[in-house]
Ligand binder design. Structure first.
Ligand SMILES: C[S@@+](CC[C@H](N)C(=O)[O-])C[C@H]1O[C@@H](n2cnc3c(N)ncnc32)[C@H](O)[C@@H]1O
Length: 281
């Protein structure tokens, strides 16, 4: 590691040298997590490929660099209060800030128990949940570390809430934009999750998730008993389901766009749709 990288890791923000996480925390409500001062990059897991000031490119499972606008449906962030549901290592939160958001709140799970796995009897989450959860919490901590390291180096002002997507705290207030990207397919009950997060969605909702291209109201179960390695993808709903569920929740779909994204994990390009919906009631 270069002297420059070491100094970046051990000191504060690259952009905002006056940033004081302790003072900031004292002023923040108890809703928001206390920032972590992460020094050791080996304790970080980057879900997103990110260019970190002073440290260079960190490879992640997905590379959305240059694709942020398309991934979030080409909406405007200028002056908006934004909620990033399932923020992972934070690429969308930090990109929203760069795109002019007034305030960004990043949200992710507070405990591995929140994540639901397909019930393969041969696998640890089913066979020995307590043992699995302890292991998985260590992994989740690495995702959090990556977020907080990037947060500091980017000079981010984003606040963080940890909790359960099925029970998002309404005390966080209303948001102009709620991003629900690449999370619904990993949930056993995506409709309940949407019902939870739309309670705080005042205006625009962005959903990036695989869909079935029909107005028929159908869902496909994505699990396959011969593929225990894919125990984290549950459902794919049709455009028709989203149209009706969003209408129930007071939203109308204004646009659905499709684009290809780089998946570093599989060294391939994957097509993903992005639904933009606007509050109508
Ligand atoms: C595949 S990542 C998506 C990251 C980012 N939103 C994106 O589009 O690149 C899914 C995220 O959802 C979070 N997540 C999964 N289940 C959750 C739950 N029940 N409550 C809160 N967050 C959850 C995971 O921790 C993870 O960060």
């Amino acid at each position: 590691m270069s002297e420059r990288s070491r100094s970046v890791l051990e000191t504060g923000s690259n952009r905002r040298r006056d940033w004081n996480p302790v003072a900031w925390w004292r002023n923040a409500s108890e809703l928001y997590a206390k920032p972590l001062f992460v020094k050791d990059i080996s304790e970080c897991f980057f879900f997103h490929t990110m260019d970190l000031p002073g440290l260079g490119t960190q490879m992640g499972q997905w590379d959305f660099r240059g694709d942020f606008d398309r991934y979030v449906g080409n909406i405007s962030f200028t002056g908006k209060r934004v909620l990033d549901i399932g923020c992972g290592s934070g690429f969308l939160s930090f990109s929203a800030e760069r795109a002019g958001a007034r305030e960004v709140v990043s949200f992710d799970m507070d405990d591995s128990r929140r994540q639901h796995w397909l019930p393969f009897h041969t696998k640890l989450p089913y066979g020995s949940p307590a043992e699995f959860q302890a292991q998985h919490n260590k992994w989740i901590q690495q995702w959090r570390n990556a977020y907080w390291l990037a947060h500091r180096l980017e000079g981010s002002q984003a606040k963080v809430i940890y909790g359960d997507v099925y029970d998002f705290p309404v005390a966080a207030g209303q948001f102009d934009v709620v991003l629900v990207c690449s999370i619904l397919e990993h949930l056993s009950d995506p409709i309940r999750a949407l019902a939870s997060v739309t309670r705080v969605a005042a205006s625009e909702l962005v959903i990036t998730t695989p869909i079935i291209d029909t107005d028929d109201k159908i869902a496909r179960f994505e699990g396959d008993a011969s593929k225990p390695e894919l125990d984290y993808v549950w459902w794919r709903y049709s455009r028709g389901v989203y149209t009706h569920v969003l209408r129930m929740l007071g939203f109308e779909i204004s646009n659905i766009s499709y684009a290809m994204y780089k998946c570093a994990l599989t060294s391939s390009l994957s097509e993903l749709p992005t639904i933009v919906a606007k509050r109508s009631a």
